[in-house]
Design a protein around this ligand. Structure first.
Ligand code: PRX
Length: 646
């Protein structure tokens, strides 16, 4: 069984590794001293004297009396150290356009962009929404916002205008930065119309200015709030001195799905976040910035794009690839071609991508020279051992260590992962808390469970990149993470230690789904469905899916009078799936909609999703004794078997 097969680091890898086993001992001996040492790898305009103030728990203050500028740490300091000619970004646009941007050039662009934002009235603490494709201007904007001590809220370009409007309004955004569009699967895909729609009819009253990058050149409608990026950049001053801000200056808000309908605005601050993003990026990926070419395939719309495309790699002075589009366009070997072209040495992606490549067969990657690779990473969901082994053999040539990294939007940076020069790797297990991180697996009562037994993953000591709250919602912050177990952060994940003391992640234990490594809330999709006039009630579950990990399956009770009035006997599922896609974004579109007459509920009215999952995964139905009406499930399953799903 793959549980026991491990892969020890080669002695050659070990000999050159950035992180050695002594990190664990150092962090154990003096955790706060250890984090202080990591923080000192950054440039502090004013050094800190205090490491952690936990007196306002669960809101931590790290390096509180220190002052720094996050953008300066990612840019100017490298140029000042004589590294200005090092490549920061190798950009691969989908139509085949390429740009190589050095640290000097990136610094110059960010300085100008900071001046553009100043000219548009942005000051410290203002919120700026970023709704952009994966182009260098997206990275430039994030760093420009950070440079001013303003707060960015990146909204994934695949989200709908409604989702954008909700996020803009929750944070009272003043300026939106967008593009006319980006390229996806061989076509221009518009973005600006979604911003127009979000702002129409005074729906987002706080937005004063919109800055628009010209990417596709498609026609756009123009309002008095709109400014072209290139016009403003041409006018802007070139010099901008980065000012020091307190360590706890807010850096960004990033919305993520929780167990209830509205997305949560996860708040991160500067010094602690940058410390842990930088430290983990260097040690876990074994980054040698002078020689490595790093590539993380995440979009900046997700936390992985924040910490491991923008802040960690740039603070470490890495050279990295960023790409626009999808892995399969213009051809299914695109990623491997990119690795070959840039001699990528460190590659970080998600299990769902690996599984889809596996399905296409090794003939595709085998056509390319992947011999530059030396470290592989995985993130977003558990990686099944089969996919792990394929990743190692076919992509990693049988010799690259794989770091399976567990973390969350809320944790800000990696929390559990092997160290590639230390850990004997075990396929499918994330294995070990990162040095400096304390994790316990507990039962419902908060007692630690023995090895081999499943429990709930909790984090027992504050960590530098931890979230500082939910934007303007301290009550929800407390309730969501700190109310289950006194003084411990509850992550929402099930986990176990195996007999060797390695950690295995067992998936979410709440109503959050994980589709292709993206978090989706069952409640958010249910509320979208019942927002449609034909739907009386809806229940959504995440059902196992071979490629995407989980897939959205919805059970709906129809309002038959409405359906009849609309004369829509056919295509009901298709229409409802499109409705969700438009409402939230294509990633939330249900794979399947099952029309049912009733939903299984407990006597207190709670929907028993466990039973619906049994149906969705085509398994025998589990224990139904707590249902208010025990016959409901047989009605549902016979109806489904009779072909009621789409
Ligand atoms: O369930 C865990 C899963 O993804 C959740 C966090 O999602 P999000 O905030 O969108 O961040 C994803 C990228 C960091 C976690 O609660 N997850 C993430 N990484 C892993 C994982 N599950 C198992 N193994 C992982 N390596």
């Amino acid at each position: 069984m793959s549980d026991n097969k491990t892969f020890a680091p080669s002695s050659a890898f070990q000999a050159q590794a950035i992180a050695g086993a002594e990190l664990y001992a150092k962090a154990k001996a003096d955790r706060l001293g250890f984090w202080a040492e990591q923080a000192k790898s950054l440039h502090w305009h004013k050094p800190f004297t205090e490491v952690l103030d936990w007196s306002h728990a669960p809101v931590a203050r790290w390096f509180d009396d220190g002052e720094l500028n996050v953008s300066y740490n990612c840019l100017d300091r490298h140029v000042e150290a004589g590294l200005g000619d090092r490549v920061a970004l190798y950009f691969e646009g989908e139509p085949g356009d390429r740009r190589v941007i050095t640290y000097s050039e990136l610094t110059a662009e960010v300085k100008k962009a900071a001046n553009v934002l100043i000219n548009l009235g942005v000051v410290k603490g203002d919120r700026v929404a970023i709704y952009m494709p994966m182009i260098p201007e997206a990275v430039i904007t994030m760093l420009a916002v950070a440079r001013l001590g303003a707060i960015h809220s990146v909204v994934f370009g695949g989200f709908s205008s409604d989702a954008l409007a909700t996020r803009i309004n929750d944070a009272d955004v003043r300026v939106v930065v967008t593009a006319d569009g980006g390229y996806r699967k061989g076509k221009a895909s518009a973005l600006k119309p979604a911003v127009d729609e979000a702002l129409a009819d005074g729906k987002c009253p706080t937005v004063e200015q919109v800055l628009v990058v010209k990417r596709t050149g498609e026609d756009v409608t123009w309002t008095e709030k709109d400014h072209w990026w290139h016009d403003e950049m041409a006018k802007a001053e070139t010099e901008h001195m980065a000012q020091a801000f307190p360590s706890e200056q807010e850096l960004f808000i990033l919305y993520t799905s929780g167990t209830t309908g509205a997305p949560k605005g996860i708040l991160h601050t500067s010094g602690g976040y940058l410390t842990q993003a930088t430290y983990t990026h260097r040690n876990i990926f074994d980054l040698h910035p002078e020689t490595d070419v790093y590539w993380c395939t995440a979009d900046i719309g997700w936390i992985t794009g924040h910490s491991y495309v923008v802040y960690g790699p740039l603070a470490n002075g890495a050279s990295q690839v960023i790409f626009e589009g999808t892995p399969d366009a213009p051809h299914p070997g695109r990623w491997w071609e990119i690795i070959e072209r840039y001699k990528v040495s460190i590659f970080y992606t998600a299990p769902t991508a690996i599984r889809s490549f596996m399905k296409l067969g090794r003939e595709i990657p085998d056509k390319f020279d992947l011999s530059s690779l030396r470290v592989l990473g995985s993130v977003g969901e558990p990686i099944n051992p089969e996919a792990w082994l394929w990743y190692r053999d076919v992509i990693g040539g049988g010799h690259c260590p794989i770091v399976d990294t567990w973390w969350q939007t809320e944790t800000g940076a990696i929390m559990v992962s092997p160290l590639p020069g230390v850990t004997s790797l075990k396929p499918g297990s994330a294995q070990t808390p990162v040095p400096g991180i304390e994790i316990k697996i507990v039962n419902d009562q908060g007692q630690e469970v023995p090895r081999g037994e499943a429990g709930l993953l909790t984090i027992t000591e504050p960590w530098p990149s931890m979230l500082r709250g939910i934007w303007r919602n301290p009550g929800r912050f407390h309730e969501a993470y700190w109310s289950n177990f006194e003084g411990q952060y509850f992550a929402g994940d099930g986990a176990k230690w195996d007999e060797d003391g390695d950690l295995w992640l067992l998936g979410r234990v709440d109503d959050v789904m994980n589709v292709s490594g993206h978090r989706l809330s069952t409640a958010e999709i249910e509320s979208s469905l019942v927002g449609h006039p034909w739907v009386a009630e809806a229940a959504v579950v995440g059902a196992k899916d071979e490629i995407t990990g989980q897939a959205v399956v919805a059970f709906v009770i129809l309002r038959l009078d409405q359906v009849e009035a609309a004369g829509a006997a056919e295509n009901i599922s298709k229409i409802l799936r499109e409705h969700v896609s438009k409402d939230i974004g294509p990633i939330a579109r249900p794979r399947q909609i099952m029309v049912v007459a009733e939903l299984p509920k407990t006597r207190s009215g709670k929907i028993m999703r466990r039973l619906l999952r049994d149906v969705a995964e085509d398994r025998p139905i589990g224990d139904v004794t707590t249902l208010a009406d025990t016959s409901v499930m047989s009605v549902i399953s016979s109806k489904i078997a009779g072909g009621a799903s789409d």
